[in-house]
Design a protein around this ligand. Structure first.
Ligand code: NAP
Ligand code: G3P
Length: 478
């Protein structure tokens, strides 16, 4: 039992909304209730959209430097409470306290970097095409303008970072926002309303709606006021949202099955270190986690020895002990991970490290060797600490298996031969390929992109600013 209690309230049209019915949020560490959040009705959701819609005409006309000032003020309010935010995150999503603090600091830095790019590249109206003046006596001015009300939806695993990486660019360019955090993640995200409120934003510019996706999800994505959406989460929900918002600008950052290809020319010690860190940090609950290893048979044993040694260095336990592997987000996730292990073993694989449940939804990081491509684990995203090793005969076979996935987020190639690395990188059908490092989203200024079932559109500091604007032309006829 712990004795913390956090109360998360929704925030609509400049007002904190408490509801009679609330949703309990549990500690990922032991399942005890650590707080509640408002459970909004459909009418409340409508109010949020109407408020955001009305506020748009005011906010878009606020001078950019005033928008920047307000956002900086809210960023300062945010960073002052970094310890509180990290503590809630450690309970609510089970991220180690140290990593949760890093998430807050990374987000704060990201806000300032976004402002910097905005001021440098977006703040002045953009005139596209300098010679346009001379076309048939016409002078054309083409500007990046805001799109309107943006729906932003974040997943549980980076609640603040992936929330604010959507909210801030949208607000900076003049849009208003309706933000829906993941329910397990909404206690920490509800703190954000406080920071915007303290900075006295125009009512309706920022709205936070809480409620279970399974209950109000369909409703929140159907509102006619939505001008565009930016979503991070599972592929199933992402596809659902895209179907409901045809012809609207949309960014979808979805699931992944990032492969690490290790060739005969690899530094296996380096590869093992990177792969284990990439696969198991935050218990594998990262879209960019390494989720399968494709290694040539000649060096598979050598790689495996190093990987097992790296596994021994990881700490399993509580987020407050800064463990690397902590309890999974819920029992459903634990059961799914265990079912993938069982299925792989039934298809002839062997667990060479881990596989044991060591506490409340706490699965020791698990290495599974000789995984058959007939098993589910070869293709499905566990979003947990289990890593399949698929032994291949040739690099071409590795590329073929990597590309046969429905996903296409990132991939890694390990080889000391840079030419070999470049060739493999060119052939991989993913948003990004990392050479001799595990996959990862950062640095945040890089475009972040998934293809196939991993996403649509590009996120990243510059790309998110651009995605939430549209081009508008004004043509003067002389
Ligand atoms: P999720 O179950 O898809 O939930 C994501 C968000 O969607 C949550 O806020 C959720 O709210 C909401 N939601 C659920 N049903 C909805 C509906 N019908 N309509 C609208 N919204 C709905 O994903 P998750 O479990 O939080 O996150 C894990 C997944 O996200 C993994 O697949 C991972 O790979 C992916 N992910 C991708 C990236 C990337 O950048 N590519 C980054 C992080 C995570 P509730 O919590 O209330 O259900
Ligand atoms: O799953 C969230 C995704 O965006 C990963 O970010 O920085 O851990 O690679 P990162």
């Amino acid at each position: 039992m712990n004795n913390v209690f956090y109360k998360g309230t929704a925030y609509i049209n400049g007002k904190f909304i408490e509801t009679e019915k609330t949703i309990p949020v549990v500690s990922v560490i032991d399942g005890t209730t650590i707080g509640t959040v408002s459970s909004l009705s459909k009418e409340d959701v409508d109010l949020a959209y109407e408020g955001a819609y009305l506020a748009f005409n005011l906010w878009r006309n606020v001078a950019p430097k005033v928008r920047v000032k307000k956002i900086k003020e809210s960023a300062e309010n945010f960073i002052k409470e970094k310890e509180l935010l990290a503590t809630i995150m450690a309970y609510e999503i089970g991220k180690s306290y140290k990593d949760a603090l890093t998430e807050v600091e990374r987000t704060y830095k990201n806000i300032y970097e976004t402002i910097e790019v905005y001021e440098r590249e977006f703040i002045e109206p953009t005139i596209i095409g300098e010679d346009v003046h001379h076309v048939n006596g016409k002078t054309g001015y083409f500007y990046n303008v805001p799109i309107g009300v943006v729906l932003a939806i974040a997943p549980f695993n980076y609640p603040l970072n992936l929330g604010l990486a959507k909210i801030i660019p949208s607000l900076l360019v003049g849009n208003t926002v309706v933000f829906k955090p993941a329910t397990q993640g909404s206690l920490v995200c509800s703190q954000l309303a406080k920071y915007f409120d303290q900075a006295s934003f125009i009512s309706g510019v920022f709205n936070l709606i809480t409620g279970k996706g399974s209950e109000i999800g369909d409703y929140i994505i159907e509102n006619k006021r939505i001008a565009g959406a930016t979503f991070t989460g599972s592929t199933d929900i992402g596809k659902k949202i895209a179907a409901k918002l045809p012809m609207k600008p949309i960014i979808l950052e979805l699931g992944g099955k990032d492969a690490a290809i290790v060739t005969n020319n690899a530094d296996t010690k380096l590869a093992a270190k990177e792969i284990i860190k990439g696969a198991f940090s935050y218990s594998g609950q990262r879209c960019t986690a390494i989720k399968r290893v494709l290694v040539t048979r000649e060096i598979a044993d050598e790689l495996l020895d190093h990987m097992i040694k790296e596994c021994l260095n990881l700490k399993v336990g509580s987020p407050f002990d800064n463990a690397d592997v902590t309890p999974l987000i819920d029992k459903k996730s634990l059961d799914f991970n265990l079912s993938l292990i069982n299925d792989a073993v039934e298809h002839g694989a062997n667990v060479v490290y881990g596989g044991t449940v060591e506490g409340h939804n706490l699965l020791r990081h698990t290495l599974i060797d000789n995984v058959s491509i007939k098993s589910k684990l070869a293709w499905e995203e566990p979003f947990g600490p289990i890593l399949p090793i698929i032994r291949v005969s040739t690099v071409n076979e590795a590329i073929a298996i990597a590309n046969a996935s429905n996903y296409g987020l990132q991939g890694s190639v390990f080889t000391k031969d840079i030419e070999e690395a470049r060739i493999i990188a060119r052939y991989l059908d993913t948003g990004t390929v990392n050479i001799n490092r595990s996959s990862s989203r950062g640095p945040d200024i890089f475009p972040f992109v998934g293809v196939k079932d991993s996403g649509f559109g590009v996120q990243g500091i510059r790309d998110s600013l651009k995605a939430m604007t549209r081009v508008k032309g004004i043509v003067e006829n002389n």
